[in-house]
Design a binder for this molecule. Structure first.
Ligand SMILES: *Cc1c(COP(=O)(O)O)cnc(C)c1O
Length: 371
């Protein structure tokens, strides 16, 4: 059993993927070829925004978005500590400072009621993360943003395809950023990412930054990076996009079946009735996680922990001087969360097998697992 079974999807899409890859090999435009343009148009229309700018990965999407918004050393960016390293990492790389706000324990997304408490004259941007496939409370965040005249970057690396009050993730703020890392809801066969915006000028700047800040060939008006999506990856994404909505539907059905199989005392993601979650991960909270992890390993049932340490307690950010107890909900989640296999091709039998062993593991203590 795989945690995310990419081979099943490949078997399903094989002919189309091979055909599109061959087309690229024949025309030979490996960098910013026609497939990149076609993909950008299709993704922009999928999200319902004017512009999609594909880039080399989701981490670069965040970096380029902040560069386009002219984030400077010393600027403060409000974000969540319960996320992948990329958020804190890219903010810090620009010399700016991540300012963390605890999560809502039900959705695992930033607690919007605490944002204003950390606002200072140095606050220049908000970067909510739409974790596990559900959008952060973007309307509430945008209201605060408007009040303080701040741009918002949605990190939608896990939520591409999700909808929030009828609108799509990535189209809910000044810039939406996503990732096409293979295991994300829409993944390619390598690294990939994209920025989305409705702002024409910002779109031009984002495009420029991804090719060394050049306005025309060898004329550089901005500081940029080299961060383009490969044409081959765009071709693969075009094939996968044709089944993406079906896959989201399957993910939702699989999540409902897990919800049904798992007893009430196991905490699950709280998905608001206004939202559709794409379940980049199916994550639950369990007591005695180490014991359960050991038992599942013995049974060859893959699991993962997203994420075991909040960014506020990562050694790399020790100079921010956060300490244990600063973000109680993020810290508790880090100790208890566990993701179990989730992908659109998971069968009901596999789900039943996973849950039956999970329930067995919950009854065990440490010694029983290893005896
Ligand atoms: C995966 C991920 C990223 C980074 O994407 P890459 O394509 O791996 O660089 C950023 N933020 C979150 C929340 C992610 O899950």
């Amino acid at each position: 059993m795989e945690f995310i079974d990419l081979k099943k999807q490949y078997e399903h899409l094989k002919l189309d993927i091979h055909h599109r890859i061959n087309t690229v090999l024949e025309h030979g435009q490996y960098i910013l070829g026609p497939e990149v343009k076609e993909l950008e148009e299709k993704l922009a229309s999928y999200v319902g925004v004017k512009h999609c700018i594909t880039v080399a990965n989701g981490t670069d999407a965040l970096l380029i978005a902040m560069m386009a918004l002219q984030i400077q050393p010393g600027d403060e960016i409000i974000t969540s500590p319960f996320t992948f390293i990329a958020n804190g990492e890219m903010i810090t790389l620009l010399g700016a400072k991540p300012v963390f706000v605890d999560i809502d324990p039900g959705t695992y997304n930033i607690d919007v009621n605490q944002i204003e408490k950390v606002m200072t004259s140095k606050t220049k941007c908000m970067m909510p993360i739409s974790l596990y496939g559900q959008c952060a409370d973007m309307d509430a965040i945008n209201i605060i943003a408007e009040k303080y005249n701040l741009p918002v970057i949605e990190d939608a690396a896990q939520s591409f395809g999700a909808s929030y009050k009828g609108r799509k993730s990535c189209g809910l703020s000044r810039i939406g950023c996503t990732s096409f890392f293979p295991s994300k809801p829409l993944g390619c066969y390598g690294d990939g990412g994209a920025c989305f915006t409705d702002d024409d000028e910002l779109a031009m700047t984002l495009r420029q930054i991804r090719v060394h800040g050049q306005s025309q060939r060898y004329y550089h008006s901005l500081l940029g990076v080299n961060s383009r999506l490969d044409t081959l990856q765009a071709a693969i994404l075009l094939a996968k996009l044709t089944v993406f909505d079906e896959e989201i539907k399957a993910r939702k059905e699989i999540a409902s079946f897990y919800n049904h199989l798992l007893p009430d005392y196991i905490k699950k993601i709280n998905v608001s009735s206004n939202n559709t979650c794409v379940y980049a991960q199916y994550t639950i909270e369990v007591p005695r996680r180490n014991t359960i992890q050991a038992y599942l390993q013995k049974m060859h049932i893959p699991m993962a922990i997203h994420y075991p340490v909040p960014l506020s307690l990562q050694p790399v950010f020790k100079n921010l001087h956060y300490k244990e107890g600063d973000f109680p909900f993020a810290e508790r989640a880090a100790k208890q969360v566990m993701s179990i296999p989730m992908h659109p091709y998971l069968t009901r039998d596999q789900q039943q097998f996973i849950v039956s062993h999970l329930l067995k593991a919950l009854e065990f203590n440490e010694e029983q697992v290893f005896s």
